[in-house]
Design a protein around this ligand. Structure first.
Ligand SMILES: NC(=O)c1ccc[n+]([C@@H]2O[C@H](COP(=O)([O-])OP(=O)(O)OC[C@H]3O[C@@H](n4cnc5c(N)ncnc54)[C@H](OP(=O)(O)O)[C@@H]3O)[C@@H](O)[C@H]2O)c1
Length: 215
């Protein structure tokens, strides 16, 4: 499978790239900095340079041509409201439109857990981030694409355990990025999981079993 990853050099994306390559897939790694290309190539990807805020929908579609699936795991990472709107918001819309133009039906979005941050004082940037994530979920869910929206809890860099809670609605929790990347691989390899929103936190169930149970 050729998998076009937007955000491929990020903390989740850079974990997903080698998993895909090791499983025999071809990661098409959309990244924005020239210096990221070498590490992506070394991890088994085809690096494709571009900035989601600057590239045209048509040019992005050209890069996506021949892909079997798109994974969107880009984000502004708390860099402010304008960038969040441009990357997590307008960037996702552009990616969906480009996938439609390119004829790539399968689209997996890394979104956010709706209950994240509820125990902290509201902050404008975070409130905007959560609102953008919900709007983009709604936009993708209303498209004709073969989409999956994955809503992980707060992401941690601790090593993955391979054990998760995965479901349509879960109590809030956190989850290692390693396990998010494994879940993305598992979703890509399970085409029967389609047009579904799944929440993910650390848990007790082996990931493969949890994914199979959703199918
Ligand atoms: N942090 C959390 O607890 C949490 C929880 C749930 C969901 N999420 C979501 O999970 C996703 C992945 O998180 P992460 O930890 O992997 O984030 P990350 O490390 O910040 O990765 C985000 C990626 O997006 C890329 N990007 C940013 N602006 C771009 C642009 N204009 N054009 C192209 N690429 C651009 C970044 O590129 P560079 O490498 O060049 O910076 C980076 O590779 C994000 O969408 C995030 O919102 C996060």
């Amino acid at each position: 499978m050729n998998v076009f990853i937007i955000g491929s050099a990020g903390k989740v994306g850079s974990r997903l790239v080698p998993l895909l390559a090791e499983a025999g897939h071809t990661p098409l790694a959309f990244h924005r900095k020239p210096e990221q290309a070498e590490a992506l190539r070394a991890a088994g990807a085809v690096p494709l340079e571009g900035d989601i805020t600057r590239i045209s929908r048509e040019a992005l579609a050209e890069l996506m041509a021949g892909a079997d699936a798109v994974v969107f795991t880009a984000g502004a990472g708390g860099a402010g409201i304008a960038l969040t709107n441009a990357i997590d918001g307008e960037g996702l819309v552009k990616a969906v439109e480009a996938a439609q133009l390119a004829g790539v039906a399968r689209f997996v979005l890394v979104s956010a857990f709706p209950e994240a941050g509820r125990n902290a004082a509201p902050q404008e940037g975070f409130e905007n981030y959560m609102a953008v994530k919900k709007r983009t979920d709604a936009y993708l869910a209303q498209s004709a694409l073969d989409w999956v929206i994955l809503r992980p809890g707060t992401l941690r860099d601790a090593p993955g355990t391979g054990r998760v809670s995965l479901g349509l609605a879960l109590p809030y929790g956190s989850v290692p990025r390693d396990d998010v990347a494994q879940a993305l691989l598992g979703l890509l390899e399970r085409p029967q999981l389609s047009r579904i929103i799944l929440e993910l936190t650390e848990g007790e169930t082996p990931l493969g079993q949890a994914l199979d149970a959703m199918g």
